[in-house]
Write a protein that binds this ligand. Structure first.
Ligand SMILES: C[S@@+](CC[C@H](N)C(=O)[O-])C[C@H]1O[C@@H](n2cnc3c(N)ncnc32)[C@H](O)[C@@H]1O
Length: 379
C-alpha cells in the first residue's frame, strides 16, 4: 500500500470513528429523551392510578357511585333517615353530629338542614371526593367537615372537637350484621359520644321465619343439570352453603316469626355480635318448608317523632331484601306444628367482615320427624 493510500485509509477510518461517536451520542440523546418521555408517561399513569379505577372499585365497592345510587334510591331506607332527622329538628338544633360512614354525605346534609351547628362526616372510601363536592354544591361547607379516613384510624377530629352530641349512621347489612360496620359505630360511640348523647337509629332486631320457595328446584337446582347442553352438578351444593339475598313473597312464608337478636345501640358491645340463640316457630298452614328466611327492623325511638322500618317479606321492598337459607333437608309441617331450633352467628375467624352461621332445627310432627343442622357462610 502506498503512503498516500495508507493516509487516505486512516483518514477514512478516523471519519468512520467520528461518525460512530456521533451516532452513539445521538442514540444516547435519543435514549435519554425516550427515558424522559417514559418518566413523564409514568408520572401521568401514576396520577391516573391515584384516581379510582375499576380495580379499586372491585376492592372498594363504596368508591363507586352506583352502590350509593342504589342506597339513595331506596325510598324506605333513605326516607326513614330523612324523616327521623328532619322531623326531629329540635334534637339537632345547634348540636355537634357525627355521621359514621357518610358516603355521599346525604345524612350529614339532612343533619345540617335540621339545624346542626357542626357535622363531621367520616368516610374511608374514595366517594369522599364526591361528598366534598356535593357538600360544597349545596352550600354546607361551613357546617359539614369531612374526614377521609377509616374511623378507627382517626387521630383527632377537625376543629379540636372531642365529643359529639349525636351519632348518625346507616350501618345495617344483609342479615343485619353482614359487613360488620356495627363494630365501627360501637368504636365511634365509645370514643366520641358525649355522656347522654344519642345514636340514630337506636334499636334494631333480627327475625327468622320458615318458608317455601316453590320454584327453588326448577329455578335454582335443576338449571345446573343441563346448562347449554353441559352438566354443572357441582354448583348445586354451593347453593346450600351461602344464604341468598333475594325478595321472598309474603305468600311463601309458612310460619310466624321469631326474634333472634335485639340490640340497643347505646349498650351493644362487639362481643354481642357473636351469638347463639334458640328460636321457636309455629306453622300457619300445612305446607312444605325448604328454607329459613331472616329479615330485620330498625327504630329511631329516642326522639319525639318515632320512625320504624321493617325489611320483612310483608313490608315494602328495600335494597336489603331478605336473606334466604335453603335447607338440604326440607320437611313438611301440619298447621300449628312447632319447629324449634338454634341460630348461631359469629364473625368468621379469617375475615371478620364475613359471618359463619349455623342453623339447627328440629320438628317432631305428623309428617316429619327430623333433627338437622346446616352451616352457611355470609360473604
Ligand atoms: C351503608 S353505606 C352508607 C352511606 C351513607 N351514610 C348513606 O346513608 O347513603 C356505609 C358507608 O360507610 C363507609 N365505611 C365503612 N366502614 C367504615 C369505617 N371503618 N370508617 C369509615 N367509613 C366506613 C363505607 O365506605 C360506606 O360508604
Amino acid at each position: 500500500m502506498s503512503l498516500e493510500t495508507k493516509k487516505e485509509t486512516e483518514k477514512e477510518k478516523e471519519i468512520e470513528k467520528k461518525q460512530e461517536k456521533e451516532i452513539v451520542k445521538e442514540t444516547k440523546k435519543e435514549n435519554e429523551k425516550e427515558k424522559e418521555k417514559e418518566k413523564e408517561e409514568k408520572k401521568e399513569t401514576d396520577e391516573k392510578l391515584k384516581k379510582p379505577t375499576s380495580k379499586d372499585y372491585y376492592f372498594d365497592s363504596y368508591s363507586h357511585y352506583s352502590i350509593h345510587e342504589e342506597m339513595l334510591q331506596d325510598q324506605i331506607r333513605t326516607g326513614s333517615y330523612c324523616r327521623a332527622i328532619l322531623k326531629n329538628k329540635a334534637l339537632f338544633k345547634d348540636k355537634i353530629v357525627m355521621d359514621v360512614g357518610c358516603g355521599t354525605g346525604i345524612l350529614s346534609m339532612f343533619a345540617a338542614k335540621a339545624g346542626a351547628k357542626r357535622v363531621i362526616g367520616i368516610e374511608c372510601s374514595g366517594i369522599i371526593e364526591q361528598a366534598r363536592q356535593i357538600v360544597k354544591e349545596n352550600g354546607y361547607s361551613d357546617i359539614i367537615k369531612l374526614v377521609h379516613k377509616k374511623c378507627e384510624d382517626i387521630v383527632e377530629l377537625p376543629d379540636g372537637i372531642e365529643k359529639v352530641d349525636i351519632i348518625i349512621s346507616e350501618w345495617m347489612g344483609y342479615c343485619l350484621f353482614y359487613e360488620s360496620m356495627l363494630n365501627t359505630v360501637i368504636y365511634a360511640r365509645d370514643r366520641w359520644l358525649k355522656k347522654g348523647g344519642k345514636i340514630m337509629p337506636n334499636k334494631s332486631s333480627l327475625f327468622i321465619s320458615g318458608c317455601i320457595d316453590q320454584d327453588f328446584i326448577t329455578d335454582k337446582i335443576s338449571f345446573w343439570n343441563n346448562v347449554w347442553g353441559f352438566k354443572m352438578n357441582c354448583i348445586k351444593k354451593l347453593i346450600y352453603l351461602e344464604p341468598l339475598v333475594d325478595i321472598i313473597d309474603q305468600s311463601s312464608i309458612v310460619t310466624n316469626s321469631s326474634i333472634l337478636k335485639s340490640i340497643d345501640l347505646n349498650t351493644i358491645t362487639v362481643e354481642d355480635l357473636s351469638f347463639n340463640v334458640p328460636f321457636e316457630l309455629t306453622s300457619k298452614y300445612t305446607d312444605n318448608i325448604n328454607a329459613f328466611v331472616t329479615y330485620f327492623t330498625y327504630t329511631f325511638d329516642d326522639c319525639d317523632e318515632i320512625v320504624f322500618v321493617s325489611t320483612s317479606p310483608n313490608s315494602p321492598e328495600t335494597h336489603w331484601k331478605q336473606s334466604i337459607f335453603y335447607l338440604q333437608k326440607p320437611f313438611r309441617v301440619q298447621k300449628l306444628e312447632t319447629i324449634t331450633g338454634n341460630f348461631l352467628m359469629k364473625p368468621n375467624e379469617n375475615n371478620e367482615r364475613d359471618f359463619d352461621i349455623t342453623i339447627d332445627y328440629k320438628v317432631d310432627g305428623k309428617y316429619a320427624k327430623i333433627e338437622s343442622s346446616q352451616d352457611y357462610r355470609l360473604r
